[in-house]
Design a protein around this ligand. Structure first.
Ligand code: FMN
Length: 272
């Protein structure tokens, strides 16, 4: 009983009446390796929306390094890849769920083409993405720059390594955004940021430890109770890497970490 009362004090049970549900929705996405496609298909099923895949004329079908090389070269040269014509008439839709893998910190190149070539003025865009470590926020900035007359709603991003978390997270996300009806747990605010203790640092290290792209130390932390455990928001600082050229390791980053009861802590998103 005490536990139930404690839960009630921490979480607010909200009810979405699905006020956005009646809007006509299109799920428009690019996916090279299938992670974003998984999210797109779950969105399509949840919303009974139309769905279309963005298809480059010349597929990025090489291995990881080949895609990195081609993608980087296109960005450096300011060239977006040609894509097959989009069949959907954007004008018919109220809201477009725009999905992409994060490439080089922003939307994957074929989605940059869509943002350059299609007009989303007056439409609502809900960005969704998958990533190795993060990039939703920086991608949203790019979308805003390229489509200044669209309304960009809060987006959803998930690490490819946590793709199994998508059904539950997407359900909450859609209810909180008013796209789906039903009860959901409204998460509280994070606590004030405090200096990271040795115990906090151990949680941070356990969460990012075997991820090669993060070599950092926890400096500050805020936290909040979430269903099933605690979510941490760390401020961390890049550490110099052995064998790498010295500095600038100026990077301060924000790292979200989820510590569920009985599970090893995992990081869910990095914001640089
Ligand atoms: C060319 C390329 C660049 C990438 N750049 C980033 C990046 O900047 N940040 C990141 O977190 N992940 C990055 N990734 C990882 C992808 O975002 C991640 O694997 C994504 O889930 C792939 O989605 P998909 O399976 O739908 O293609 C990159 C992957 C590729 C191929």
């Amino acid at each position: 009983m005490k536990r139930v009362l404690t839960m009630a004090a921490i979480f607010t049970l909200a009810v979405s009446c699905g006020q956005n549900k009646a809007q006509k929705a299109l799920v428009l996405y690019y996916s090279q390796e299938g992670h974003t496609k998984t999210v797109a298909e779950q969105l399509q099923a949840a919303l009974a929306a139309d769905i279309e895949e963005i298809v480059p004329v010349v597929a990025y079908d090489g291995d990881f390094m080949a895609t990195i090389e081609r993608g980087r070269k296109e960005l450096d040269e300011g060239v977006v890849p040609e894509i097959q014509p989009i069949k959907a008439d954007i004008g018919e839709y109220d809201v477009i769920f725009l999905g992409f893998p994060v490439w080089f910190g922003i939307c994957a190149n074929p989605v940059l083409t869509v943002l350059d070539e299609l007009d989303f003025s007056g439409k609502k865009i809900v960005p969704f993405c998958t990533f190795g470590s993060g990039g939703l926020d920086s991608s949203v900035k790019t979308i805003k720059e390229k489509q200044p007359d669209a309304e960009i709603l809060p987006g959803y991003g998930v690490r490819a390594a946590r793709i199994e978390a998508v059904p539950a997270e997407l359900d909450r996300f859609l209810k909180a955004g008013g796209f789906k009806e039903g009860e959901y747990v409204e998460l509280g605010e994070f606590s004030e940021e405090r200096e990271a203790s040795a115990e906090d640092a151990a949680i941070f290290d356990a969460a990012v430890g075997d991820y090669p792209m993060i070599h950092a130390k926890a400096v500050k932390v805020a936290s909040r109770e979430v269903p099933g455990g605690v979510e941490y928001l760390f401020t961390a600082e890049d550490l110099p890497r052995e064998g790498a050229p010295s500095g600038p390791f100026s990077g301060e980053m924000k790292v979200y970490v989820l510590a569920e009861v009985g599970q090893a802590p995992v990081f869910t998103q990095v914001i640089r």
